[in-house]
Design a protein around this ligand. Sequence first.
Ligand code: UTP
Length: 294
Amino acid sequence: MIKPLKKAIFPVGGLGTRFLPATKSMPKEMLTVVDKPLIQYAVEEAYAAGIEEIIFVTGRGKSAMEDHFDHSVELEQTLERRGKTTELELLRDMLPTPGNIAYVRQQEPQGLGHAVWCARHLIGDEAVAVLLADDLVHGEVACLKQMADVYREVGGNMIAVMEVPHEHTSRYGIVNPGAAKGKLVEVAGLVEKPAPEKAPSDLAVIGRYILQPEIFALLAAQGPGAGGEIQLTDSMARLIGRMPFHGLRFEGTRYDCGDKAGFVEANICLALEHPATGPAIRQTVADIARRLKL
Ligand code: UTP
């Protein structure tokens, strides 16, 4: 039987050291792409996939995210007084249903696997999605929706995968691919951050997962892996062979917004597509290219 998929975990307890000093007192996930923080893109993606309950695994200094998904009474009253109904609706529409958002504290950032494990008591005998907000995936159909649609047919575990340059394998979890059927590829093995000469393929895991509840017992027993952190990849690898495990070659563009260059690229590309900024930014980009003789 295919287990229901209604909950999503958003691990947001990382330190974001690649983005210092921006992330000294502000969570990385609150960095803004055009007009929305990264975490809001991820939450909207989860809703598009039919997720009903969201769980944030936070750390110290992350309260801006809790405030972002709550009422801002003074602001709303001021907007109301000024007749700014569009802005008011925008704020009210993004509020989660009361009781359908939960926060768990990861006291120490011991790695992604540890962050997911911290949410264990909120997940019953059901599947769970995990979304890393710093991976922004932009496309016509939300990445997690593409995955959830296939999951609801094939069950098991599913990860979003994409080809990366061979010399970049050490930045990702890498799939040892089995049989492929269309966009779906069987996962025969997983290795966290292998050197290019040791990588089983160039097929990388990005920050979108659908996992079976058995993952939590494995995470509980998981020792530190690459970088001394408790790695989600290591526990996922133990599920292979025990139940279906697929990678989905999703449609859309993934921006690594945990990295400065990827974040700037996301801002440029999404600003070019945004109706409010597109024409002006198109002109700006052309002017810059001319001025700097790019
Ligand atoms: P990263 O590997 O990007 O780590 O985490 P980081 O600490 O956020 O950033 P850098 O590398 O120091 O710049 C990927 C995702 O996992 C979460 C992060 O918040 C991010 O969404 N994470 C990571 C946790 O929630 N807890 C952890 O212990 C580690």
